[in-house]
Design a protein around this ligand. Structure first.
Ligand code: FMN
Ligand code: SF4
Length: 452
């Protein structure tokens, strides 16, 4: 597979195409001087329906985690009725190990803003909320400055974008997230924008029909919106020339993708690659190989909620088929964390379980109780205080919580379920050894206390 020339990162020097030391935030002037906002100008001369058709034809799949077809989602919107219609830009990015949207925000925020303006025009949305992770303090300032510049140059505001005089105009607001993982779940995000606690809502109704303040709403990830610019500029066929077809008869994985790689590699970082790149190639070609020449042991597939790849899955292709082919939940954010041979997978599971137990919003009993229970069990297993029955109980608990099992409102519980189940199933020996050689004195209680 050839290396794709930068698309999303064309203004962001990234190895192997450029030196990361040369990065800087691209302001309005530089963005416009390098062709920026030219695609918006072009889009404004087209019919909104024509833009929707191009995005549908490109088969762009959402980059926020679920891989839902972007054009299809947009087509769920009802016809405008004169009332408000919203776009929520999801840059909550609280999934552990995930740091890809931040790259775009840090260095090329106007690319995202141009994607927002084009999307609002195509979908006839008049209000955009840039929903940004609470901890991203530096990025908040960057986005605020970029939005201000965009207003000054007529991209946003009541006049109509870039001097257009029709009835279309967009207002864009920055909204800081409260700092909980659940704020990134799309219905939790809508509650947060409404000023409430970010408790996910039951679907249906879906946001396109009844979203923020009960009005039609599209929620898209930062990277998805950035991708829209290139698709409209170069066309659907161009987009489909990158990435890969499905090898199992599923929908394709077209286009480039930002992949943030962390863990035991020589050069952790966020790289733009073709979807479908094998994980080992990503590590060897972009990340300088395994750290210290150690052997690969496993990897978090794409954010902890996707689960882990096992020792024999280093060649897994990083595309939307990965869930069905390699027994993980999916590609997620496509940000893998690599573990070397020295990694204690029981400790990894305990650490992940702690995250989910803390981040459960508590509305659904299986998630609230199950996540805390799983964490306690894993503390016990790690400390050598558990029996094989505890291991069975852990798997039973994991398997009984989630939207997929029909027991919870949102997908946070599925993430917890898949993370724990895949680690235990793919590294069963390590867990059994802890249970078999259970030793006293116990560190279980102190381990949990230490985590606090
Ligand atoms: C617990 C949870 C957290 C999520 N966090 C994020 C997030 O931080 N950013 C994001 O884009 N999507 C996140 N999602 C997915 C969103 O619900 C939604 O699918 C996505 O923003 C849609 O955008 P896309 O279609 O462009 O991918 C999360 C989902 C769940 C279940
Ligand atoms: S699954 Fe968990 S996080 Fe999601 S709504 Fe239910 S309790 Fe809250």
């Amino acid at each position: 597979m050839p290396l794709t020339e930068p698309v999303l990162t064309k203004r962001i020097p990234t190895p192997p195409w450029g030196d990361a030391a040369d990065r800087h935030t691209v302001g309005y002037q530089e963005y416009a001087a390098t062709g920026g906002y030219g695609t918006l100008a072009m889009a404004l001369k087209m019919n909104p329906e024509a833009i929707l058709d191009i995005v549908k034809d490109s088969q762009l799949r959402g980059r926020g985690g679920a891989g839902f077809p972007c054009g299809l989602k947009w087509s769920f919107l009802p016809e405008p009725d004169g009332g408000r219609r919203y776009l929520a830009i999801n840059s909550d990015e609280a999934e552990p190990c995930t740091f890809k949207d931040r790259l775009l925000i840090d260095f090329d925020p106007h690319l995202v803003l141009e994607g927002i303006a084009i999307t609002c025009y195509a979908c006839r949305l008049d209000t955009a909320y840039f929903f940004i992770r609470g901890e991203y303090r530096t990025q908040v300032t960057i986005v605020e400055n970029a939005i201000r510049e965009a207003y000054e140059h007529g991209v946003f505001g009541s006049q109509g974008p870039l001097g257009t005089t029709g009835d279309f105009a967009v207002e864009c607001y920055l909204h800081r997230s409260a700092g909980a993982y659940i704020c990134g779940e799309e219905t939790g995000l809508m509650e947060a924008i409404e000023g409430k606690r970010a408790w996910p809502r039951i679907k249906p109704p879906f946001p396109a029909v009844k979203g923020i303040f009960g009005r039609p709403t599209i929620i898209n990830n930062v990277e998805t919106l950035a991708a829209v610019v290139g698709i409209i500029e170069h066309g659907a066929q161009w987009w489909k020339s990158m990435g890969c077809e499905s090898s199992i008869g599923a929908p394709p994985s077209y286009g480039p993708k930002l992949m943030g790689v962390s863990g035991h590699v020589n050069r952790p970082g966020c790289y733009e690659v073709d979807l479908g790149i094998p994980l080992n190639k990503l590590v060897e070609t972009y990340c300088g190989g395994m750290r210290g020449g150690k052997r690969y042991k496993g990897a978090i597939a794409g954010g902890v909620s996707m689960g882990v790849l096992g020792p024999d899955q280093f060649e897994a292709e990083m595309d939307f088929d990965i869930g069905r082919k390699y027994q993980v939940l999916g590609l997620g954010t496509a940000c893998p964390t690599i573990f070397d041979e020295d990694t204690d997978m029981v400790a990894v599971a305990r650490n992940i379980a702690r995250f989910f137990a803390k981040e459960s919003c508590g509305q659904c009993t299986p998630c609230r109780e199950g996540s805390a229970w799983m964490y306690k069990l894993l503390c016990r297993i790690e400390a050598g205080d558990a029996t094989s029955k505890d291991l069975d109980l852990l798997l039973e608990l994991a398997g009984s919580m989630g939207v997929m099992s029909g027991t919870t409102i949102c997908g946070l519980a599925d993430g917890n379920n898949w993370a724990i189940r895949t680690i235990v199933n793919k590294f069963r020996d390590e867990f059994e050894a802890r249970v078999r050689f259970a030793s006293v004195p116990s560190g279980a209680v102190s381990r949990a206390a230490q985590d606090e």
